[in-house]
Design a protein around this ligand. Structure first.
Ligand code: TMP
Ligand code: ASP
Length: 235
């Protein structure tokens, strides 16, 4: 296989494959926060994130969500359909937390009556600024219809994910998704879904996600391992 490194991200390396429409994502043993300001090598993280994200994407595919996920091919690697990533971080919040709590001066963990969807412009040099629909159009990232689709699809995915995590005693506080255009110009879910890009609280309000690393609350792989074990009980 002609595996050429196409892109090296903070959490994954992306390689070409023999099939031009398929890329191989290799999950790294690296955790970063605050746009890479905090960075550590954490043995076992890549394997856990690949396991968790593959599991969730398989379930999303089975539920009829169009995603880039093809298959997990080794402990750290998965095959994905090649997409042109839309440079947006689509965040959905079910409860107040993180930057939302900071921005509005509210405590964390307050249930939002209607989940809130936010867009951030994926641009490391600009520190991924918070933007609105009109900024998305100004930047020529997506049309009105595509913006509406991104929001609806994110809400639909939230209903599936929230239900699955509820079944295993975890509250899905918020999460970040990325989408891309496939070869036919269709928008499909891309990137990953793991405790790196969501917040999960257990019944005792323990953080079961990357906040453990961001806030120095404990061992990241210990909590990711618990999430992975709990996931097996989802129906
Ligand atoms: P925030 O409260 O810091 O804005 O984060 C909202 C959600 O998005 C949270 O689940 C963590 C996730 N997230 C990422 O996946 N990548 C990022 O770069 C940031 C800032 C947040
Ligand atoms: N994803 C960002 C980083 O890797 C920020 C974060 O998740 O806190 O630095």
């Amino acid at each position: 296989m002609s595996n050429k490194l196409l892109y090296s991200g903070k959490a994954k390396d992306i390689f070409s494959t023999d099939d031009e429409q398929v890329i191989l994502a290799r999950y790294k043993d690296q955790a970063t926060a605050f746009n890479g300001v905090k960075k550590e090598q954490i043995a076992g993280k890549g394997v856990l994130n690949n396991q968790i994200s593959s599991f969730i994407f398989e379930k999303l595919n089975a539920a009829g969500v169009a995603t880039h996920f093809i298959e997990k091919v080794s402990d750290t690697d998965q095959l994905n359909k090649k997409v042109e990533i839309i440079p947006l971080e689509v965040v959905l919040r079910n409860y107040t937390a993180g930057s939302f709590s900071k921005r509005f001066g509210v405590e964390e963990g307050i249930a939002l009556e209607t989940p809130i969807v936010e867009f951030y412009y994926k641009n490391d040099d600009l520190d991924d600024p918070f933007i609105n629909d009109e900024h998305v159009k100004f930047l020529k990232i997506a049309s009105d219809q595509e913006i509406a689709f991104l929001k609806e699809e994110t809400r639909r995915i939230n209903e599936l994910l929230s239900d699955w995590f509820r079944q295993i005693g975890l509250k899905l506080i918020d999460f970040k998704l990325e989408f891309g255009f496939d070869k036919d110009g269709k928008i499909i879910l891309a990137d990953e879904f793991s405790p790196d890009n969501c917040r999960l609280w257990d019944a005792e309000y323990h953080h079961m996600d990357k906040d453990v690393f961001r806030r120095g609350l404990g061992e990241l792989t210990d909590v990711y391992q618990v999430v992975w074990e709990k996931l097996q009980a989802i129906k």
